[in-house]
Write a protein that binds this ligand. Structure first.
Ligand code: 13P
Length: 283
């Protein structure tokens, strides 16, 4: 199968009330872990790269890996830019065959976020590429996206409807109390706010910063309209913990003997998330 637009994957999730993983890749083994897990669980998948991951992997390599994975896989796969910061980066990704992009204008004033996002939707929709945008700002660190706790703002439900109306986006990332990266305390999700947003809008909603969120909160979020859930940190932690364990043996020097088991450890974590999100068996 070729890479498909995220919109096609999320339409089914929205209709049947489950969530699809928006899983970040930072290297080849991460991609292998996600694809192997998706195949084992027969789950649709949204592979995504941050701008930092693109710098690390190289855009042509990243796209080639995702395309090769999609060609071989029996499950639907979208390839998505996570937190695109500029119109130029969005166009570069579209030209390089990403099937989906996120424009993150969340730190801009409302009207400017609308203007930038609308421009992206006009360009992307002309070539069948899906668009995710964000309203409100998550605290924490996700590669280049760094937001101090004091600057984090939750999504305003009334603004959400207007934003979707004026921009024509395919999916909206909401800020309801999650944070990127490792949590400092326990996450405190504002489900009332999520319910209000969900009542106001029809398109799939996206939850970022899901790594440290308890399973019960994830389940509740899905009931209240979340159809895409982004995970990066939890997978990196699973991968690195296994590497540390192996590296305790000073005689190990072959990277395949370190990264191979690390990939398998990450795969287990991906399977856990796929089952939690209810996307197993939905391919
Ligand atoms: P975590 O790294 O907290 O899992 O968040 C991932 C994310 O939201 C990517 O956009």
């Amino acid at each position: 199968m070729a890479l498909i637009p995220m919109e096609e994957i999320l339409a089914d999730a929205n209709e049947k009330n489950y969530a699809v993983g928006g899983f970040n890749i930072n290297n080849l083994e991460a991609l292998q872990a996600i694809i192997e897990a998706a195949e084992a669980e027969q789950a649709p998948i949204i592979l995504q790269t941050s701008e930092g991951a693109i710098r690390y992997i190289n855009m042509e390599y990243a796209v080639a890996m995702a395309k090769a994975a999609a060609e071989k896989a029996s499950v639907p796969i979208a390839f998505h830019l996570d937190h695109g910061e500029s119109f130029a980066k969005i166009i570069e990704c579209i030209r390089n065959d990403y099937s989906s992009v996120m424009i993150d204008g969340s730190k801009l004033p409302f009207e400017e976020n609308i203007a930038l996002t609308s421009k992206v939707v006009e360009a992307a929709s002309a070539v069948g590429v899906s668009v995710e945008a964000e309203l409100g700002q998550l605290g924490g660190v996700e590669d280049d996206v760094v937001v101090e706790e004091k600057d984090a703002t939750l999504t305003n439900p009334d603004e959400a409807a207007e934003f979707i109306d004026k921009t024509g986006i395919d999916a909206l990332a909401v800020a309801i109390g999650t944070a990127h990266g490792v949590y400092k305390g326990d996450p405190d999700l504002d489900f009332e706010r999520l319910e209000k947003i969900n009542n106001e809008v029809d398109i799939p909603l996206v939850l970022h910063g899901a790594s440290g969120v308890p399973d019960a909160d994830i389940a509740r979020s899905i009931e209240l309209g979340i159809n895409k859930i982004n995970v990066n940190t939890a997978f990196q932690q699973a991968f690195t913990a296994k590497m540390r364990e192996i590296l305790e043996d000073p005689d190990v020097y072959d990277p395949r003997k370190i990264c191979g088991p690390a990939k398998d450890a990450m795969k287990e974590k991906v399977i856990e998330k796929i089952r939690l999100f209810g996307s197993d068996g939905k391919a």
